[in-house]
Design a protein around this ligand. Structure first.
Ligand SMILES: [Zn+2]
Length: 311
């Protein structure tokens, strides 16, 4: 099961303590996963789709509790879609469905006509408990979160730009969350890319078990990154060392070929040249340790530099 599915399972198994939050979560889910089936006489049917059996069962219970009528789950196979097995949650045409959506601010009745509302009603975002529940519903409906061992990414997909803006405002109403919106194949995606914010979002949605798993995976990921940086750094040092060593060997050869040879050098330099010549691959600190008396790395480096600059 993907990390995303696991997180959804944890959220779906959570308990909502208050009716206000149940309504907010139902509204969030319906907004991104549902559609209306007007049936005349003010009655409407509801259809909601999900790929997850856990999510389907959860919302069946939630909606039935709020509406007081039975709903039905049917299975559809969608060729060429991911996932191919799709679950539909249906409420047959009734007044109760319309009343629930009106209460949740998803539709309004204007002069007897039902109109879909683009905005999230202020009453639903006034308290933190409801804002959290609304986000849970949106995430369960069309959200996903990447496995932190691979990358840091959280997103909720929406059908239009205006509603994406509403979702973004909702997410950004929590401390230190800064969501972005991008367009992807005709949909508007509200996303987070920073590890810390994705982690915070799991906490906001009460996915606390996966918040810990996230922390853990992230720590391992970052440790791996640091180890790679260290070994790259080691390689770079070795390369620099090899280049410097080769320069010193060339300088020594040039001095040997000149009149007087190495004997023309002051004693300290002569010793350093002999040590380098005998140990072409030794580090500067190792060369320093070979001298008699031994000298520090920086003193050895100074002598080797003077060799290279010797004319
Ligand atoms: Zn609430």
């Amino acid at each position: 099961m993907s990390f995303s599915s696991e997180v959804k399972k944890e959220i779906a198994h959570g308990r909502l303590a208050k009716v206000c939050c149940e309504l907010a979560e139902a509204a969030g889910f319906f907004r991104v996963a549902g559609s209306l089936k007007p049936a005349g006489g003010g009655e409407i049917g509801l259809v909601m789709g999900t790929g997850s059996p856990v999510v389907a069962r959860h919302f069946k219970q939630l909606f039935e509790g709020l509406i007081g009528e039975q709903m039905f789950i049917s299975v559809a196979h969608r060729a060429g879609c991911v996932p191919p097995r799709w679950l539909e949650l249906n409420l047959p045409p009734s007044q109760a469905g319309a009343e629930l959506l009106a209460r949740a601010g998803v539709i309004s009745r204007k002069e007897g006509l039902l109109t879909a509302e683009k905005a999230i009603p202020a009453s639903m975002t006034a308290t933190k408990c409801c804002r959290k529940s609304l986000l849970k519903g949106l995430f369960l409906g069309s959200g996903s979160v990447a496995d932190p061992a691979k990358r840091y990414h959280f997103e909720i997909i929406t059908a239009d730009r205006a509603f994406a803006g509403e979702v973004r405002r909702l997410m950004n109403s929590f401390t230190d969350i800064h969501a972005g919106v991008t367009e992807r194949s005709g949909k508007y995606v509200v996303y987070l890319k920073a590890a810390e914010q994705v982690k915070d979002m799991l906490g906001i949605m009460d996915a606390n078990v996966h918040l810990l798993a996230y922390e853990d995976a992230r720590a391992r990921h970052e440790l791996r990154g640091r180890v790679n940086r260290f070994s790259n750094c080691d390689n770079a040092n070795l390369d620099r060392q090899a280049t410097a060593g080769a320069e010193q060997m060339m300088a020594i050869a040039a001095i040997e070929a000149a009149p007087g040879g190495l004997a023309a050098l002051p004693e300290g330099l002569r010793e350093a040249a002999a040590a380098r010549k005998a140990n072409p691959e030794a580090s500067i600190a190792e060369i320093g340790a070979m001298l008699d008396p031994p000298v520090s790395k920086s003193a050895a480096a100074a002598r080797l530099r003077r060799l290279v600059d010797w004319k």
